[in-house]
Each structure stands twice: as C-alpha cells, then as structure tokens.
Design a protein around this ligand. Structure first.
Ligand code: NOJ
Length: 759
C-alpha cells in the first residue's frame, strides 16, 4: 500500500510509510513504485547546489575536507575512510547539519575481503568456482557493511591478456566467458538480493571499459580496441554484471580509441544505458574528471565537468570538478538541469533502497562480532585451497610427507603477512595472514624440523604509490653486502634440509594499480637463488606467490613441482600447507595463459587462425628466438589424481539457428585419490561473416570425483554461446556454420565432436 507521509516539514524529508518494512532487514527488493515517488519528492526540494552535492564523492585523505564539503551542500558519498566512529561523525554532519538531511554513502575498495582477506581476484578466478566466489564476496560485504561501509569499488571486470599490466591481479584473467561468470557471481555476493539489501554492499562494475587493453601493458596508457573485440571480449563481463543487477559502474581512466572513458558517450550512454538498460549511476575513477584536462581532452574544469556529465557520468570521484563548475554550467545554460536531475535520481534511489534515511548510522558495538566470525576464516581457507594451481609435478614430487625430517622454507615472500594477502587490503587493516612458513610449521608439527631464510630482499625499482598510505611498505633498501649475506644464508639453510620449499614471487604491491612491469622474471636475485638451491641436488618444490603469471621457464624445466599459490589471503599459509602435504588435492586451473617470456605478450588462447595454423604443415614459429607456445596454456592445472574423458556426444548434431544443442561427456577419476576437475568446453565456428577465434570457452563445471568415479557433465550450446558481434555485419549474429567442439581439462583439450548449425 502506497501512502505518502510528510514526517518533517522543516527538514523537507518525505517518508513513505509503505517502505519502512523493507528498510528494516528484509530481503524483498523495494519496487520502483516505492522508491521513485520519494526520490521525486526530494528532488523537488533541492537547490541546484544541493543536486551537485549529490554528484560529488569526496575523499577523506589528509588535505581533503569531507565534513566541510558535506556541510556546504551535502555530498553523494565519501571514500577512502575506514573507521566506524568517523563514519558516524560525518553522517551526523549530513543528517543533522544539512538542510535536507540526506545521508552519504561510505565507499571503499573492498576487493577481496575486508577483515578476512580472501585470495586475490585472479586466484578466485583460478578456482573456476562462481558459487565459491559469490560466498566469499558475501562475507566480505557482511564484514564491510557491519563496519559502516555501503558501497564497494568492486568487482573489477577488466579482461587482461598481458601479464605486464599490474592490474591483471584484480580481475578474472583473459577470458570473457569465465570473466562474465565471475562477474555475475561477485555482484550476487556483494549485493545479495538487491543493491542496498541489509548486510550487503552496493557493487561497482569497474573500470568501464577496456582498461586492461592498455598499450604495452602500461597502466593508464591508451587502449585501442576495435568494436568487435570490445563487444566480444572486453564488454561481456560488464554486461553480465549489468544483467545481475549491479548498482553502479565506474568509468576507466584511459582513453578508449582516443576518447577518455570518463567522458565516453558511446560507453556510458549508447551501450550501458541504451543497449543494456542500466538504471544505476556511474562514478568516475579517482580524479578522473579533472584528469580530462591532463589528458588533453578538456580545456578547463568547466569543460571537463560539462563533457563528462553530457557523456553520461553521474558522480565525480574526489576531484571536486563537478562541485566547482556544474552550478555555473547549468546557470549559464550550457548544461540542462534535466541532465543533472537524471544523474541525481539514481544516487538518491540507492540511498532510499539502502534504508539510509531510516538507519544512517553504523552500530559500533556490533562491528567486532561480525569481523571475527570464524566461518569467514574457514571460507577463506577453503577458497585459497580451491584457487591453487599445480603447474608441474614431475615424478609425483608432491605431495610431501609430513615426517620428512627437515624442511627449509626459503624465499622473500615465505613469511610475509602483507605479501600473502596481496594488494587492495581495506585501508587501515593490519595484515593478519597466516604466512606459508607458519602454515607449514603448523602442518608438520613435531614431525619435521622447519627452518627458514628469506634470501635477499625484493623491491620495486620505482616505489609504489601505496607506500604513502601503507607505511609498512616503506622498507629501507638492503645494501649489496647484506643481500649477499642473505643469499648465502638461504643457500646454507637449504643445504641443511632434506626438502626445500622455495617460496618466490612478488611483493603485494608489485602488482595492482601503478604496478606494470616490462619483464615477467622473478624480481631481485630470486632466479639466481633458485638455481643455486636446485644445484644442491635436494628435493625442491617451488611455491609461487604473485598477482600475475611470472616467467618461470627455467623452473618449469628444472624444478619438479611448482604450485601457483597466487596471493592467497588470510588463511593462505594453511591452505598452501594443506595442498603441499596432500590433505587437499589441488584443482584450480589457470584463468590466464602463462607465456614463456614477457616479449610474447599479449598471448591468449582465443586468437583467430592464421594462414599458417599451428599443427598444419605450413606452420612456422612466429619468433626466431624461441617458440611462442605458452609455457602453460589457459585452463591448465594438474591434480594428484588423473582424469579421463570419454563419450563426448552432441545430442543434436544438427540444430537450427536459435535452437540449443546438448553436449555430454563422461569424466572419470582414473587415479587413486579423490580430486576435482574443471571440465571445460571449447568451440570454434569454422566459417562465418568474420574469422572466429580458434577456440572459445563456452562452458565449464568443477566436479569432485572419488577414485574410480565417473560423472556425466552436460553443457548447452545455443544462441547465447554461439552468437557473436560481427565486424563485417556491424551487429550481433548467430550464423549457420560448422562448429568444432572440444571438452577437456584445459584449452588444448583434444576430445572432439562436431555440431552443425543450420538455417
Ligand atoms: C583508483 C583505482 O583505479 C580504482 O580501481 C579505485 O576503485 C579508486 N582509485 C578508488 O580507490
């Protein structure tokens, strides 16, 4: 029943009696009919300055003045703050000291956990487990919401095909199908039943769009992406997020085809609103509106603000360019007020849906209990175990025995809490991960003597911008003499042990924002250390801790077992030990191709064929200084057991365009221990209006199998899977054509069938 009640005439705040029920802890999404009249009523009372206030997201870094900004004309949101007390203090300014008492949204990058840190997103993608990802992000949201946050700048949905790009760690890797599945799962996890629902956060699909296509993998550099590639590869995860009901989008920093994403009408209006029907709001990336001047796009703040708003941007993150210019732009007639109203509406609607007008404050007494929920740590451990990828296991070097006698755990990231957690830890949370050294110690107990040496320090040549906010990152450099001593100590420690676990990789902020690299080699003296330790002739196992594929070509020939642990989060050390000692059988698969060298980037499996296809007699390697074949292909990952595939069948080998075929395959655990296999389905359209990728992932399922057990896995191949955006036709098509179908455990799967799509 809709009934408008004017609660406080002085404040001008309209409440809808019928909406109070859902504002109090219900999972039923409020309808537009409940929300919109209230937004309209509020909007009707707002001055232009108050409207622009809502389009402003103010930073809470030193030198910025969120309270002052809010007091002047209100604010849409505050970011970069993470303290329940300060949230309440600022919210009090908003709801007690402003004319219309409109609360603010508190926003932060809750990317892979809040207090409980889950594996980094690239690792979560390696689990090929959307349900697990949904659960993890729901827990992250629960913690963050309890602490007073409303909105997270996640999920990050940028497809990345170049491991030099540091932000590859924040996304789901190279593939649009996997990326879309992980996008939708994260949105469901963060937001729950609707954006603003109790115990959840509003999610933000970022960075729209094609940020991962930066030239040369250089963060922020321009991306040149033709429309077909954009629509077939870079946009699907964003579209999946929109379809899953994501509340907000964030525009990317860079120029897309020479138009900054911050003011890109094609992206923000034509595609996002026009084609996808997105009804939420779009925030810029930090300082993105002011950056339009630096980018050589706008002459001054006025023009930057106007062109961003015209293009479809709604909220200015941190640059205050809207705050300084939009009122004048509207008053001078250069910008219609209707466009401002259009931008304000979804921001107010988000606040109404969230119940912020009724419950603006965080209950400080309840925060601790949620943050310390043991179930969250348990799930972080489960997620980390599921994300690990066994890259190599010659002669069954793994699993290790717990009573091995002595184990040396060597390497600069073996006992670092910060590096185990990875980048994007909510500000102000001290790293509290179980390190890999600690995990191994806990696992073997008195069964083996565990020693440790870190070897020489690793550090960035150019310091991370995050050093400003995370003082622990500021470590004094080691002298060459100290590094040499550390090197010799590490070799000596390894010499004294029966088994050596080398834990090598990158520090937390060697990937992430502003963390691109021109090389994928192990940084510092780690390669040299690895070779010196292997030369001792001991049993050596390599555990990689990193946010990107690393150039481990030498290790892939000389180290019998390699486990990709990524940056595994709070319970990472326990999870690594679970896998190393065989309590857990690894089942993760690579969400990204591992090239042999950085010079092969971008290297991805879904390339189109050439006039010299691989495997054909005419094939010639592309480089004269080494094969471009990947070190490990997309989808690769070993297990302590083996799987065999049989009976691949396409139930309807001929289907008409628009119809769906069913593909089934039997997967058997042909080894001696239980394990998980990620069954992957790839297709290739043989001919069509455009050349199509040699293979594209169009289905996957992670299955658990007992020894000897067989499961039949079924996939659908219909218009959703077989449609693509054709450059030749300038539209989305599904075409009659012959298709190859492969099913297997990685992107080189050889179990093959055919499908014919007829007119
Ligand atoms: C800049 C980053 O590009 C973006 O991912 C992040 O959400 C914002 N800063 C806010 O911290």
């Amino acid at each position: 029943m809709l009934r408008m009640t004017k609660v406080s005439a002085a404040a001008g705040v309209w409440l809808l009696a019928g909406t109070v029920a859902w504002a109090r802890q219900t999972a039923t999404p409020p309808t537009d009919l409940q929300v919109e009249p209230r937004v309209t009523a509020l909007l009707g009372q707002m001055t232009l300055a108050e409207k622009v206030g809502q389009l402003t997201q103010v930073g809470a870094f030193p030198g910025m003045d969120p309270a002052g900004t809010i007091r002047k004309a209100g604010a849409g949101s505050v970011l970069w703050l993470n303290d329940p007390k300060q949230f309440n203090a600022l919210q009090r300014v908003a709801v007690e000291e402003t004319r219309l008492k409109i609360p603010v949204l508190f926003a932060l990058d809750v990317v892979h956990g809040y207090r409980t840190i889950f594996p980094v997103p690239l690792a979560m993608a390696a689990s090929w487990d959307p349900a697990g990802y949904e659960k993890a992000q729901a827990m992250a949201a629960r913690e963050a919401r309890a602490a007073g946050l409303h909105w997270t700048f996640a999920p990050m949905l940028d497809i990345a095909r170049d491991a030099r790009w540091g932000r590859i760690v924040e996304g789901a890797g190279e593939d649009p199908y996997l990326g879309a599945a992980m996008a939708a799962a994260q949105v469901r996890g963060f937001q729950g039943p609707y954006p603003g629902s109790p115990g959840h956060l509003i999610a933000c699909a970022k960075h729209f769009a094609a940020y991962g296509a930066a030239d040369g993998g250089r963060d922020y550099d321009p991306a040149y992406v033709p429309e077909g590639l954009l629509r077939n590869v870079y946009l699907p995860p964003f579209q999946a997020a929109a379809k899953a009901g994501v509340g907000t989008f964030m525009s990317a920093y860079m120029d897309l085809n020479d138009v900054p994403a911050t003011a890109n009408r094609f992206l923000l209006r034509d595609v996002l609103r026009g084609e996808w029907g997105f009804k939420g709001f779009v925030v810029s990336d930090a300082f993105g509106v002011a950056n339009l001047i630096a980018q050589g796009f706008a002459a001054d703040g006025k023009e930057a603000a106007r062109r961003a708003v015209e293009a479809g941007l709604d909220m200015d993150m941190a640059s205050n360019t809207f705050g300084q210019n939009l009122v004048a732009e509207v008053e001078s007639g250069r910008l219609p007020v209707a466009r401002i109203d259009e931008a304000v509406r979804p921001i107010l609607a988000a606040k109404v849906r969230m119940g912020l007008f009724e419950n603006p404050f965080v209950d400080e007494s309840k925060v601790a209990a949620v943050l310390e929920a043991p179930a969250h740590r348990e799930e972080a451990r489960r997620a980390a175990r599921r994300s690990m990828v066994l890259l190599r296991n010659q002669g069954q070097a793994l699993p290790l025995r717990k009573d091995v006698g002595s184990i040396a755990v060597i390497g600069p990231v073996a006992d670092s809490k910060a590096d185990t957690e990875g980048p994007w830890i909510a500000f102000g949370q001290p790293p509290a991960a179980v390190t890999i050294l600690e995990g191994i110690r806990a696992k073997v107990g008195a069964g083996a003597k565990v020693t440790h040496a870190s070897g020489p320090q690793i550090r960035r040549d150019v310091p991370s911008m995050f050093e400003e906010f995370v003082p622990a990152l500021k470590q004094p450099p080691q002298t060459p003499e100290a590094a040499e001593t550390a090197f010799q100590q590490a070799v000596a420690t390894a010499r004294d042990a029966e088994v050596v676990v080398m834990v090598l990789g990158e520090t937390a902020y060697m990937s992430g924002e502003g963390a691109s690299r021109s090389s994928l080699d192990l940084p510092g003296r780690q390669q040299e250390l690895l070779e010196a330790v292997v030369a001792l002739g001991k049993k050596v196992v390599l555990v990689l801790v990193a946010g990107r594929p690393l150039g481990i070509t030498w290790a892939a020939e000389h180290v019998p077992a390699i486990l990709e642990a990524w940056q595994p989060g709070s319970e990472g050390g326990h999870a690594v030990a679970d896998v190393l000692f065989g309590d857990v059988n690894p089942g993760g698969k690579l969400p990204v191709t591992f090239p042999k060298k950085a010079g092969h980037a971008p290297l991805y499996y879904a390339r189109t064929l050439t006039h010299q296809p691989e495997g054909s007699p005419r094939y010639r390697p592309r480089y004269w200084d080494g094969s471009e074949a990947p070190l490990y292909p997309f989808g690769h990952g070993l297990s302590y057991t083996t799987f065999t595939y049989s009976n691949l069948e396409v139930a309807e080998p001929k289907v008409a365009v628009g119809k769906t075929a069913t593909v089934t395959v039997d997967v058997k655990n042909s080894g001696a221990v239980a394990g998980d296999e990620v069954v992957q389905l790839y297709v290739h359209q043989r001919t069509g209006s455009d050349s199509r990728p040699r293979r594209e992932l169009e289905g996957f399922e992670r299955v658990s199998l007992a020894p000897g057990e067989t499961k039949t896995v079924a996939f659908k191949l219909g218009p959703d899977e077989l449609r693509y955006w054709s450059t030749a036709q300038g539209r989305s098509v599904q075409e009659p054509a012959g298709f190859d179908v492969w099913v297997g455990g990685d992107s080189t799967a050889s179990t093959h069938a055919e499908l014919e799509v007829t007119r």
